[in-house]
Design a protein around this ligand. Structure first.
Ligand code: AMP
Length: 193
């Protein structure tokens, strides 16, 4: 099973992706997680991405497309994968189409979690407060200024990706403001049909 989970920051993509991983035995490919690992390891990609990410802006298309192309060729992707946080621009979606064709792969579904912006800000503030209370390190882009930029990037560059898949009849929208289990159920219903 090969899926894309679309949705703004704080929409719950990570939570739902984890549940899909457990249910279907597929892997979660989060470009955000991969980039954070690259930053931590101080790789050339990490060095290029670090400041851009901290500002809440998007890393260049060729960097993330390269990361995903390498990753989907790895053996653990054989049963399928969930793309979480990718594609984030129409150019990335086009590059993904070309790469899937090259690898003889086809997407099963594109699922968009729809959420109100006011709720997103609240959710991210809660996440930050909970992490701080647990003594965990907070992401450098989980602050008001970077969050504002991340939402702006979503509106300007990622919302058109939903239209890209909608125009191909591949997009399924789910109410991301429903309780977590209900969102999981709605996704399962889409995947069952
Ligand atoms: P995320 O964990 O998905 O919220 O991503 C955190 C940050 O990583 C984003 O704000 C971007 O700076 C960068 N990033 C993650 N995925 C992408 C992508 N597909 N294209 C460009 N930048 C990305």
């Amino acid at each position: 099973m090969k899926l894309i989970l679309l949705g703004p920051p704080g929409a719950g993509k990570g939570t739902q992706a984890q549940r899909l991983v457990e249910k279907h035995g597929i892997v979660q490919l989060s470009t955000g997680d991969m980039l954070r690992a690259a930053v931590k390891a101080g790789t050339p990609v990490g060095l290029k991405a670090k400041d851009v990410m901290a500002r809440g802006e998007l890393v260049s298309d060729d960097i993330v497309v390269g990361i995903i192309e390498d990753r989907i060729a790895e053996p653990d992707c054989i049963n399928g994968f969930i793309l979480d946080g990718f594609p984030r621009t129409v150019a990335q979606a086009e590059a993904l189409d070309a790469m899937l064709t090259r690898h003889g792969l086809k997407l099963d579904a594109v699922i968009e979690l729809e959420v109100d912006e006011a709720i997103l800000i609240e959710r991210i503030e809660t996440r930050v407060a909970e992490m701080t209370a647990r003594g965990e390190a907070v992401r450098p882009d989980d602050n008001a200024a970077a969050l504002h930029k991340r939402l702006e990037a979503y509106r300007a560059q990622t919302a058109p990706v939903a239209s890209y898949y909608a125009s191909r009849g591949a997009l399924h929208a789910v109410d991301g403001m429903a309780p977590i289990d209900q969102v999981t159920k709605a996704i399962a219903e889409i995947l069952d049909t």
